[in-house]
Design a protein around this ligand. Sequence first.
Ligand code: G3H
Ligand code: 13P
Ligand code: NA
Ligand code: ZN
Length: 328
Amino acid sequence: ALITLRQLLDHAAENNYALPAFNVNNLEYIQAVMRAADATDSPVILQASRGARSYAGDAFLRHLILGAAEEYPHIPVCLHLDHGDQPSTCISAITNGFTSVMMDGSLEKDGKTVASYEYNVAVTAEVVKIAHAAGVSVEGELGCLGNLETGAGDKEDGHGFEGKLSREELLTDPDQALDFVSKTGVDALAVAIGTSHGAYKFTREPDGEILSIETIAKINKRLPNTHLVMHGSSSVPADLQELFNAYGGKMKKTWGVPVSEIQKAIPLGVRKVNIDTDLRLAFTGEIRKHHIQHPDNFDPRNYLKPAIAHMTEVCKERFEAFHAAGQA
Ligand code: G3H
Ligand code: 13P
Ligand code: NA
Ligand code: ZN
């Protein structure tokens, strides 16, 4: 059986750790996360975006994840909807066996307009009411992800704000966060601190000007008992960029969220750290390498095995770095 996000994050808070939440799209991602969790004895959050649901299909996703729970009965597993764009998306996830949903009301359902605070409160509270009645957890989001240097919004889950955002819009307001959590009753709150989705987060090693861990500290002062979530938190390590580029990939030099910065956020209430890009890079980098090194091969298992193995290594590192290892 699958466990809720609330159960996992309450345990994380009691024991001062955070969980990486990995985006998954197919069998190979799920095997990688589960092998890493098994090797490090860590609890698991598997999250599926709207894109993942349409890529794999809800029935395939549900049964793959139930398969994971059956293969590894000693590991608690949560199936979370990443970036639900409207209540109906969250409801269909609940109907399809998700034990946690994110209602991202930071943008309107057109996916382009920055939502009013009132809209965000209304749609999130509506989802909480329905989800909690079904025993499902809810993550909300307050503030807009995007780059503090350029003011550019990001493209989450196929949507994203096109224009420029102010520093005020790009950093979650701590007083508003307190009001948001009390009005909606969310189990976890995603905050905006200067991260964005994808590989191109920062054009240099981030400092406090462009990655505001200080904002997390302020929010945690107002909301010491709320589980905070960091989105756009791949570290985009140099070795994964090099692997990708070494075998014909074309990726310009970039910086992600350093693991050491995430570690500073854990004592400040961050309990869930979303990671997609790092697994994409490990997966695709290994496949590129295999194809260059073995141009005669046409058995997919021969390139999927090293891809799974490299994703497993990345997952293990994150479980360990966030002190989730040993907590299953
Ligand atoms: O929200 C962003 C996640 O990385 C999911 O990406 O919508 O392409 O599956 P996706
Ligand atoms: P990355 O693109 O940094 O991996 O972020 C993933 C994410 O936030 C999914 O919701
Ligand atoms: Na999420
Ligand atoms: Zn996200």
